[in-house]
Design a protein around this ligand. Structure first.
Ligand code: ZN
Length: 461
């Protein structure tokens, strides 16, 4: 009996609790938000079967959505002696990945065996800010992997691809001219070439030169320069060498009077004689004072050829280097152009192309110069009749006359070497007789021009 009463009492108390103690209800007890997302209290209600106590519920606790973490919000209702409580958990999380930015190319081609030089990178995270210091670089065979993790363990990786390959062919640069012209019999000087490769650097020593020039045969020859880099990329460059014939067929029976080292006052007398005899000649001039410029002008105006013999005529200067020679030649060339209004392209080397005195200043220079002047558009002339008026016959007009006339031939173009510089009065005095001898014996006279067959010596240096 006593036991039954107890049970009934307990049931009664439970019924009371059920009807009278208000219940706090939340729409959820756990909420997850991304940081910076707005937090709003959900729905809260508190009531028993008789009454709504919602407005008496106190909300305790705060959520800082700017900070990742776990926040507790308590919903509290004081009900008589009782304190009723419900808790909501708010998780503020960071789910966004950091971002890695690579500087430079992400597809890299390197020369074989070369190390990649880092071009730079950075990492940022919206929540953590700059994470560049936390980036881990991993070098693999064909790539570099950059990885970073933020404070919420969000992890990201980016790659830079690395390929080792040399696809670029070497570059060959010829020393000297690409097209070289020499006269038959003159020596072709191989000037070589240099080669560089993007990966191997200077590979000049690997150049192979093939092809030959037969200077005894007129023709066009090819010299081929080939080089291969370590990766097998090959480059070939060609040089064209033309061996040209110094013609001697045309111009036979002509006399080409030439005067070197002028002008001087004596040139005026020579011009008078040439005018009276109706003969054209060629003057290989040197740099004189400007007071004789009018003589050059007069010679040109009277139909003679103005040709170049260097400005200084100083062997020790013009034959010490190719550069010196052309510097000196340009000087006389410019001077003549200023006087006659036209560029001269006929030249004569001091001492002739066969001179050996130049060996004292530079071995092989005549071989180089005789090639280079042709490449620059000049034609050089030596002589095949020597008056010897700068030698033993200097003061002897009769010997000069004989030296010339005894060496004339109807079977060649007669290029006669004489001088019109100061002191050559014997040359002047022999001139009219030489011309008249020529006329009597059926020779014709002409000045040297582009159509004149070349008369050149063999080169001895
Ligand atoms: Zn001379």
């Amino acid at each position: 009996m006593k036991r039954i009463v107890s049970i009934i009492l307990i049931i009664l108390v439970l019924i009371l609790i059920y009807f009278f103690i208000p219940k706090i209800k939340l729409d959820s007890t756990e909420v997850t938000l991304n940081y910076n997302e707005k937090y709003s209290e959900g729905k809260v209600s508190a009531r028993n079967v008789f009454k709504d106590y919602t407005k008496d519920v106190k909300v305790l606790g705060k959520v800082d959505t700017k900070k990742v973490g776990k926040y507790k919000i308590n919903y509290v209702l004081n009900y008589g002696m009782l304190i009723l409580k419900k808790t909501k958990t708010v998780n503020v999380v960071d789910k966004k990945n950091p971002v890695i930015t690579l500087e430079g190319n992400t597809d890299i081609t390197l020369c074989p065996g070369c190390k990649y030089e880092e071009e730079g990178f950075s990492a940022t995270d919206e929540y953590d800010g700059d994470l560049t210091d936390k980036v881990i670089k991993e070098q693999l065979k064909d790539k570099i992997v950059y990885t970073v993790e933020d404070s919420s363990k969000n992890r990201v990786s980016v790659e830079r691809k690395i390929k080792e390959e040399d696809k670029e062919a070497p570059v060959i640069t010829l020393n000297g001219y690409e097209n070289v012209t020499i006269y038959k019999g003159n020596v072709y000087v191989e000037e070589g070439a240099s080669a560089t490769d993007n990966c191997d650097g200077d590979i000049t020593s690997l150049i192979e030169i093939s092809g030959t020039v037969d200077n005894t045969k007129v023709g066009v020859y090819e010299i081929t320069y080939t080089v291969k880099d370590k990766s097998g990329n090959t480059t070939s460059v060609k040089r064209k060498v033309s061996v040209i014939y110094p013609p001697s067929g045309g111009g036979n029976g002509y006399i080409y009077l030439t005067f070197d080292d002028g002008p001087s006052n004596l040139t005026l007398d020579i011009l008078d004689i040439l005018k009276e005899e109706g003969v054209k000649a060629t003057f290989f001039v040197t740099g004189q004072s400007d007071s004789t410029n009018y003589i050059i002008k007069r010679a040109y105006d009277e139909g003679h050829t103005i040709a170049l013999h260097t400005y200084s005529h100083e062997y020790s200067y013009v034959y010490s280097s190719v550069d010196n020679y052309f510097a000196d030649l340009n000087r006389i060339s410019n001077k003549v152009e200023n006087i006659i209004g036209k560029k001269a392209n006929i030249i004569r080397f001091p001492g002739g192309s066969s001179n050996t005195v130049s060996r004292n200043y530079s071995v092989g220079i005549m071989t180089r110069l005789t090639g280079e002047v042709l490449n620059k558009g000049y034609r050089y002339f030596d002589w095949n009749v020597d008056a010897d008026d700068a030698g033993g016959a200097y003061t002897d007009s009769n010997r000069i006359y004989l030296n010339v006339v005894n060496n004339l031939s109807h079977y060649k173009a007669n290029v006669v070497l004489m001088h019109d510089s100061y002191g050559h009065t014997a040359t002047r005095d022999a001139l009219r007789n030489i011309i008249q001898y020529g006329k009597r014996n059926g020779y014709k006279f002409a000045s040297i021009d582009d159509s004149t067959p070349s008369v050149v010596h063999g080169v001895n240096n």
